[in-house]
Design a protein around this ligand. Structure first.
Ligand code: C2E
Ligand code: MG
Ligand code: MG
Ligand code: MG
Length: 275
């Protein structure tokens, strides 16, 4: 009996693995096709200051135009298949073109968060790519905020520090994304040269207990002691917002204020009043 179960389990895993591989292959070809045929677009989600309700920045979030596959799924595949470098450069260029366009239409510019996978640090030329684009379009680097997104641990810490310092020399700011989700968040604080942390939504989701709030309160205080700003992301309810305000969080982002929206809808957003 035991033997049979073992065999079944093995078969089950093997079938699963084949399915996952096939799925990933499919996603890989979708990504390659999208790369060659203008198949990606960016949505923008506003970040709101708790102090004065002003929209102080936007986060760029990638979408596949013709497929309903979430970035959570396809970014992982992109990272595995090394397509992330190309995607990362596309996103960066798109954001800079967008800033250029907003400036041409006399829109007030705001910093834009670009998600940057830890894996992308393999792309050494990215830094000069970014710098050249900023120069070419005459965009002040302060309008770019690089959000370090970790699906993968930072293995070479010295290299990461060096890489991020070089990015900072370009004049952009750096945020540590999904803070509190991975187990490495606190460790990263000890050596990464960052300006901001983005609290992960899991810290204050529906079933958040008083312990979650104690942890949040202390994370926010710790960040402020380290001269870092704090953005809370995935804020969905008024009570989460009230709590974050009470805990002296600086900025919020989430469905309570706005979903990620098309670039042309950004104009209408100046100030978001929370009722
Ligand atoms: P992230 O960087 O943590 O981005 C925030 C995610 O939370 C976004 O999911 C956003 O749509 C979602 N979100 C915002 N407000 C709320 C809310 O109130 N409730 C809930 N439940 N969710 C909310 P999205 O756009 O699906 O992106 C998922 C992840 O994929 C991102 O997480 C980011 O790590 C990655 N990603 C997205 N765009 C890019 C990109 O251009 N490059 C890279 N490398 N990764 C990206
Ligand atoms: Mg992000
Ligand atoms: Mg991210
Ligand atoms: Mg996040």
């Amino acid at each position: 009996q035991a033997k049979k179960t073992q065999k079944n389990t093995y078969l089950f895993y093997r079938k699963n693995m084949v399915e996952v591989l096939e799925r990933n292959n499919k996603i890989e070809s979708i990504l390659k096709e999208a790369m060659d045929n203008n198949g990606f677009k960016l949505l923008y989600q506003p970040q709101v200051s708790i102090k004065n309700s002003q929209v102080i920045g936007l986060e760029a979030l990638i979408r596949l135009k013709n497929y309903n596959i979430s970035p959570e799924q396809f970014i992982l595949v992109a990272e595995e298949m090394h397509i992330i470098h190309k995607i990362g450069r596309w996103v960066t260029k798109e954001v800079i073109l967008q800033l250029d366009q907003w400036r041409k239409s006399d829109e007030e510019l705001k910093p834009i968060g670009i998600n940057f996978s830890v894996k992308q640090m393999e792309d050494k030329e990215y830094i000069s790519f970014l710098k050249d684009l900023l120069l070419q379009y005459d965009i002040d680097p302060k309008y770019i905020d690089i959000e370090i997104t970790e699906n993968e641990l930072i293995k070479n810490e010295e290299y990461a520090i060096e890489y991020l310092n070089q990015l900072k020399e370009v004049g952009v700011t750096i945020s540590l994304d999904d803070f509190g989700k991975g187990y490495s968040s606190l460790h990263y604080l000890t050596f990464l040269p960052i300006n901001k942390i983005k609290l992960d939504k899991s810290l204050y989701q529906k079933d958040a207990s008083k312990y979650n709030y104690i942890i949040m309160e202390n994370i926010i205080a710790l960040a402020h002691d380290l001269s870092l700003e704090v953005v809370a992301e995935g804020v969905e309810t008024k009570s989460q917002y009230n709590k974050l305000q009470e805990l002296k969080c600086d900025y919020v982002q989430g469905f309570l204020f706005s979903k990620p929206i098309e670039a042309k809808a950004v104009k209408a957003l100046k100030r978001i009043t929370i009722v």
